[in-house]
Ligand binder design. Structure first.
Ligand code: C2O
Ligand code: CU
Length: 417
């Protein structure tokens, strides 16, 4: 057991699992009892820009102040919320939680679990202090990874299942920078959902890469009484100073048999493609690194730091070519909208999915399609490695209405309550 000075929501790490049904309105009052400002971002929810919880659309909630977030949840899926202010500190210390919007699909399982993966980098005294100049330099380059490996805020997490049963696991990678290649000791599991909810048909796999920000829904089991295995992460080399390692996050133990009511339909839903490979690119977005006189290395979008991108217009199909010219991976995250990956280096993906976070491998180009639905305002995209985001690998852009010119001002609902 390690005692740490965490920061969290409602005195826990992770914060409470927020659950809703598709179409519900959520009203969440955030009281800031920290000594510094914060905002809360609802990762993956298609909400109004004014509720997106970034410093661009609301005034940060000052210590002692509160803010009420109110939004509908139009999509079913595994989402999450997290601080979007001083993230490299606030998120590292535990300011995140799951937001589950239940679907009315025909998937029936014997149990459901939400598993939030994280790691913390702690010093010997279990503090979060930053290290030497060199340490900090490496951390800026790699993103902060530590060897305190957590699931739902616990080290050596234990899951007990029953023989014969099948469970739905909703897995969220909440870590600052760690790439997790989920592996269940070689056992097969079934992918049924990603960031934006269900995929079209269940897919049997034995491993799955989950970058910071990404989510998957999987079906595991049935297993036999007495079986024991680990939730592992296979080594993934994302070209950092840190060496890729093979880790275990949790133990799964199978106990005596219990009857099962589980069933997973062979068709989960239909995903209509927004575009095909011939679609003409409407915008190019480039993730790259460059030399920095002050920091050694800069993390850039379109050659710039903390940049602005041109507006897009409501209902106009976006075909973006997002490239990564650097020699390391970056998870690309678009706020507030889902996209479809049309191709990666010229090849169509193996299955269709709605995504809000997608890994850009080194020297890679993806083509994505998305539609800005009628939610004008200020939005953003960035690398979800928190240290890269902080260093400048992000861009703002406006979603605008063709008819009424958008005037960027804070909506009245942003007044402090
Ligand atoms: Cu989960 Cu701006 O990100
Ligand atoms: Cu990055």
């Amino acid at each position: 057991m390690k005692t740490i000075q965490a920061w969290g929501f409602n005195q826990s790490v992770p914060g409470p699992v927020l659950r809703a049904k598709q179409g519900d309105t959520m009203i969440i009052k955030v009281n800031n009892e920290l000594d510094e400002p914060t905002v809360v971002h609802w990762h993956g929810i298609r909400l109004p820009a004014s509720m997106d919880g970034t410093g661009e659309v609301q005034k940060p909630i000052q210590p002692g102040d509160s803010f009420i977030y109110r939004f509908e949840v139009p999509d079913a899926g595994t989402f999450w919320y997290h601080s979007h202010q001083n993230e490299t500190q606030q998120m590292e210390r535990g300011m995140y939680g799951a937001l589950i919007v239940e679907d009315d699909s025909k998937i029936v399982t014997d149990a459901e679990r939400v598993l939030m993966i994280d790691d913390m980098k702690l010093l010997k005294d279990h503090s979060f202090k930053k290290g030497s100049f060199i340490e900090r330099w490496k951390e800026r380059h790699d993103g902060r990874e530590g060897d305190t490996l957590l699931i739902n805020g616990r080290e050596n997490y234990l899951i007990e299942m029953h023989e014969g049963q099948r469970e739905r696991w909703r897995i969220i990678n909440a870590s600052s920078a760690r790439y997790v290649r989920i592996y269940l000791g070689g056992k097969q599991f079934t992918l049924v959902g990603t960031d934006g909810g269900l995929i079209e048909a269940p897919m049997d796999i034995t491993e799955m890469l989950l970058t910071p920000g990404e989510r998957i829904d999987i079906i595991v089991g049935p297993f036999l009484n007495g079986e024991l295995f680990y939730i592992e992460s296979l080594p993934y080399n994302r070209m950092t100073f840190l060496k890729a390692k093979h880790n275990a996050f949790a133990t799964v133990r199978v106990k005596e048999a219990k009857p099962s009511i589980a069933s997973v339909p062979s068709l989960l839903r239909e995903i209509t493609p927004l575009a095909d490979n011939n679609a003409v690119v409407t915008r190019r977005v480039k993730f790259s690194v460059g030399p920095s006189w002050r920091h050694g290395i800069n993390f850039l979008i379109n050659g710039d730091l903390h940049t602005n991108d041109a507006p897009v217009y409501v209902n106009e199909l976006q075909i973006w070519e997002v490239s990564n010219t650097s020699l390391m991976d970056h998870p690309f995250h678009l706020h507030g909208f889902f996209f479809q990956v049309v191709e990666e280096n010229g090849k169509s993906p193996k299955y269709k999915a709605w995504k809000d976070t997608y890994n850009l491998k080194p020297k890679t180009k993806i083509k994505i399609a998305w539609i800005p639905d009628n939610r004008p305002g200020r939005w953003m995209y960035h690398c979800h490695i928190l240290e890269h985001h902080e260093a400048g690998m992000m861009a703002h852009f406006d979603v605008m209405d063709r008819l009424t010119p958008f005037s960027p001002q804070l909506p009245p609902s942003c007044a402090h309550v």
